[in-house]
Design a protein around this ligand. Structure first.
Ligand SMILES: Nc1ncnc2c1ncn2[C@@H]1O[C@H](COP(=O)(O)OP(=O)(O)OP(=O)(O)O)[C@@H](O)[C@H]1O
Ligand SMILES: [Mg+2]
Length: 321
């Protein structure tokens, strides 16, 4: 089942609004089987006939456009080709045939530790990774403290990153990527290695990007989150696109459930969440009033307009959020 490419209501997609074009991409990988010495000897004795390795198609004729301002999830079961597709878009991998074109500044998180050098300190890696993502030294200097504050790495910033835990890697990598201010932000599953507070912080930051109209391509198995942040969902199965439409439609397909039910549950979940957020704010405002203090809520991209951040009496942004 393939639906029509998803379009935001009211959005006009033209040739000029194409941010990323993935055109008939095919990617082969080699499966290297481990053979016994006996097998290898026989293979040599028989004149090295038949390759010891098999090839398989990880991406099989993938075609899609992503337009400015779209929020797109790449979905599918393990091994379906999501990370490989994202790597094509980020340019760390190239297709065997077909083409991938990006017309905008692309950055994000593809793999834990990608773009980091293990023997360098966190500090040096911020400069290295920032440069890879297109920032110059002055820009990194200006944002350095904010990057470190967001990562909450603290004194470990001067430790070689080979001694970092995977969560610490993620923290620093996410902090750098988010501060490069890309036009298209790519995020693979790796958020899941962060602890819960940090995940929440990243998700909030991603929702903020969505509110500001940034283009987003996300890979995740957290389907509820996907429906929160993405409007469009592309489902891959054995390297082929089997669905391209609304994220709710994609999730319904993966869960093998009627789309109306998935949509209703999603609406209920969002309403419940927003309701409790509002209740919490009211409570906090009452408590502040009792103490005779002014109450300025913390910025929440689900409740507030990013423009409100310009007025410190309306909302406040805690450091790095
Ligand atoms: N560098 C590589 N060399 C050989 N095979 C690879 C390589 N990278 C990925 N593959 C294979 O390609 C297929 C697709 O991998 P990919 O990482 O894109 O899956 P995925 O959809 O991201 O899965 P997951 O949900 O587990 O992250 C898998 O069968 C994987 O084993
Ligand atoms: Mg993956």
């Amino acid at each position: 089942m393939t639906a029509l490419p998803f379009k935001k209501p009211g959005a006009v997609f033209t040739e000029d609004s194409v941010a990323i074009r993935v055109d008939h991409v095919v990617k082969w990988f080699t499966l290297r089987h481990t053979r016994s010495i006996k097998e290898a000897v026989l293979w040599i004795l028989r004149g090295r006939k038949n390759d010891l390795s098999d090839k398989f198609k990880a991406l099989d004729d993938i075609t899609f456009d992503i337009h400015d301002g779209e929020t797109v999830a790449l979905l599918g079961f393990n091994g379906s080709g999501k990370s490989t597709s994202l790597k094509m878009i980020s340019g760390v991998m190239h297709p065997d045939s077909g083409s991938v074109g990006t017309r905008r500044k692309v950055a994000g998180l593809i793999e834990v530790g990608a773009g980091f050098h293990p023997d360098l300190s966190g500090r040096d890696n911020v400069y290295l990774n920032g440069a890879i993502l297109g920032m110059d030294k002055e820009e990194i200097d200006a944002k350095f403290d904010e990057i470190v504050a967001f990562s909450e790495i603290g004194e470990f910033i001067d430790t070689q990153v080979k001694f970092y835990s995977s969560g610490m890697y993620l923290r620093l990598a996410f902090a750098v990527a988010i501060h490069t201010d890309p036009e298209v932000f790519l995020v693979d599953e790796i958020l899941s290695v962060g602890d819960e507070p940090f995940q929440k912080k990243c998700i909030r930051r991603i929702k903020d990007l969505v509110r500001r109209g940034k283009t987003l391509v996300v890979v995740s198995h957290d389907l509820d989150l996907i429906m929160d942040i993405c409007e469009r969902g592309i489902v891959l199965e054995h390297g082929k696109i089997v669905f391209d439409g609304s994220s709710v439609g994609a999730v319904a397909m993966l869960r093998d459930r009627p789309v109306e039910e998935v949509q209703r549950e999603q609406n209920e979940r969002v309403e419940r969440r927003l309701h409790w957020k509002r209740v919490d704010r009211e409570k906090a405002a009452e408590e502040a009033a009792e103490r005779g203090e002014a109450y300025v809520p913390e910025y929440d991209p689900e409740l507030d307009d990013p423009a409100d951040l310009d007025d410190p009496s309306k909302v406040r942004r805690t450091k790095g959020l």
